[in-house]
Write a protein that binds this ligand. Sequence first.
Ligand code: SAH
Length: 395
Amino acid sequence: MKQLILKAGREKSLQRHHPWIFSGAVVRVQGDPGPGDSVAVRGAGGEFLAWAVYSPASQIRARVWSWDEKQPVDADLLRARLRAALAARARLLNADDSDAMRLVHGESDGLPGVIADRYGEVVVLQLLSAGAERWRAQIADAVRELSGCACVYERSDADVRGLEGLPVRCGALHGALPAAGVHMREHGLGYLVDVAAGHKTGFYLDQRDNRKRVGELARGREVLNCFCYTGGFTLNALAGGARSVLSVDSSAEALAQARANLQRNDLDVARAQWQDADVFKHLRVLRDQGRSFDLIVLDPPKFAPTAAFAEKAARGYKDINLLALKLLRPDGLLASFSCSGGVSADLFQKILAGAALDAGVDASIVGRYTAGADHPVLLSFPEGDYLKGLLLRRS
Ligand code: SAH
């Protein structure tokens, strides 16, 4: 039998239903499992703890798929988990006049390393673990059938695949991408999503609820949207009645898509300005020009993938938040986000407190943001809780 035996005392995190088994916790591997094979995990005393999938190349040596000894990892388990994940989203889909959302969120849906994002009639899969890789065909078939979407497209090109010893794999698994591009709707706004070459699976679905909230705050305000990507916050701010929106990003492709997305909607293009620039530098330019704004959005890329990068990340967050707070008019709002798993909500709040202090401004927290309900966070897996945002009001 293929099984992992843990060192004495290392069963504790599994007893709390944390799904990762690190290499240092394993004392013995029996039955010569290969990557993607299912293994029984046992404590030092031989007691059954879980069924996991083995990944010899990774520091996360195995990921738990089942806590039930009678339910090993098989096609039935996979289907049941996918069905439950999609059913949980069914009532969210089409709410808010949206047809895009995350259908499967990895560990939090009991499917370690499996991501499925729906954009209109296309589902984009990201398979990030040895287990997800092993069950690729079954996952693609079940997602196609359960979602009713004709096209299932794979975007398994995230860096973490390398840590699992897996090569990049991209391309259609079912059907073909529509020739006219992939269209999606979110809060009644239309977007074209580049699922083949865009970031992640093409769009930052985790900010869905927050784009709406920021849009609702925008009426009559002069808005600065930093790290705008393909224009999500920009379009919501304009739809919400912003007087003007200046959007900044350092990617020319993202800006071109953002402009095209604006054209696609019935919004006043004259109220939008675009800037191809490094936000760290451009905030200084705006400061030197004496500019000021009523609402600023900071949604930077991940500065700290793990806690080891937290200090460097903290300097980056502090810098942009300090500059943004200085550009805010009195009574202005700053919606500031961090998607760094290595920076906790507590640390992020402390960084913003330090930024306000050094900027010489008084500010209060008037809102707290996380990812939406389609990105659930298992209580036993706090690593899933990566996105945090604070809405600050400058006094
Ligand atoms: N707010 C967006 C997602 C932002 S993703 C949304 O709702 O869809 C982060 C963006 O930051 C990417 O578009 C990337 O091109 C951009 N970026 C990364 N580093 C940057 C920098 N130093 N200056 C400006 N833009 C940057």
